[in-house]
Design a protein around this ligand. Structure first.
Ligand code: SG4
Ligand code: ZN
Length: 259
């Protein structure tokens, strides 16, 4: 069973005291991406995102899992390959990380700068049978991450966030969210990104993630940001947000797809 954990920096179950790979691992996430130290890799290429631009005849499942707002999809409908990934990964969910105010909330930070939120598309390597098989393998998962800033306008691609009004209580589920397209959730320019080998950012912080963080950011409105902040987890989600502090890079190299 999974031990209790929280994002409260002062609590015994807070990020400084997370167990297992969270404390012993050497390829932990998130990290501070120091752009001056990244190494360009021409082999990274462009992504192939299958069905990300389609509205499939399906429904999604929105959950407040106590740690994040998560949108789950039917497996093997949306696929990711290319972009220097080895093999085909199938997307099973995306979720958000955010802060209590707009100066914090992203997990990855760039040259020390934090952003208001971060969106993660989680896909598992189709060489494994399912997410559970893939989650502890070094090449098991690929997460596409993007940094979110608060701007002037509602971003229509994010209008599904209204579902947060039904997810205020922990462990709430809305099963019948009509499918929508993903392509405008991602930055327009998907050719510029950072790549490194890391981990899940929640306990047990398994070291199975090939990370992509897009260079370009996405904007949502203050109203849309506040929808995320409505979610509760015994109060702590609203108080501290749900972002893990950055972890040591150790001997890793962060690659970039662009000069
Ligand atoms: C969030 O808590 C998601 O809701 C989790 O999804 C996810 O765990 C976790 O973040 C870690 O993912 O991209 N931030 S991350 O490294 O995807 C997994 C579920 O709990 C295994 C299903
Ligand atoms: Zn995440």
């Amino acid at each position: 069973s999974i031990a209790q954990w929280s994002y409260n920096p002062n609590a015994v179950d807070g990020p400084q005291n997370w167990k297992e790979d969270c404390s012993t691992g050497k390829r932990q996430s998130p990290i501070d991406i120091e752009t001056a130290k990244t190494v360009m890799d021409k082999e990274l290429g462009t992504f192939t995102l299958v069905n990300y631009n389609k509205t499939l005849n399906k429904t999604f499942r929105a959950t407040n899992n106590g740690h994040a707002l998560e949108m789950g999809f039917p497996g093997r409908a949306y696929n990711v390959s290319g972009g220097g990934l080895n093999g085909v990964y199938t997307t099973v969910q995306f979720h958000f990380h955010w802060g209590a105010n707009n100066t914090v909330g992203s997990e990855h930070i760039v040259n020390g700068k934090e952003y208001a939120a971060e969106l993660h598309f989680v896909s598992f390597n189709t060489k494994y049978a399912n997410l559970g098989e893939a989650v502890d393998k070094p090449d098991g998962l690929a997460v596409l991450g993007l940094l979110i800033e608060v701007g002037e306008h509602n971003n229509s691609a994010f209008s599904f966030l209204e579902v947060a009004n039904k997810l205020v209580e922990p462990f709430s589920i809305v099963n019948d969210v009509p499918a929508f397209t993903f392509e405008h959730l991602l930055p327009d320019d998907k050719t510029k990104f950072f790549r490194y080998n890391g981990s899940l950012t929640t306990p047990t912080c398994l070291e199975s993630v090939t990370w992509t963080v897009f260079n370009d950011h996405v904007f949502i409105s203050q109203y849309q940001m506040n929808l995320l902040r409505r979610l509760k987890k015994n109060g702590t989600l609203a108080e501290f947000g749900n972002y893990r502090p950055v972890q040591p890079l150790n001997n890793r190299i962060v690659k970039s797809s662009f000069p």
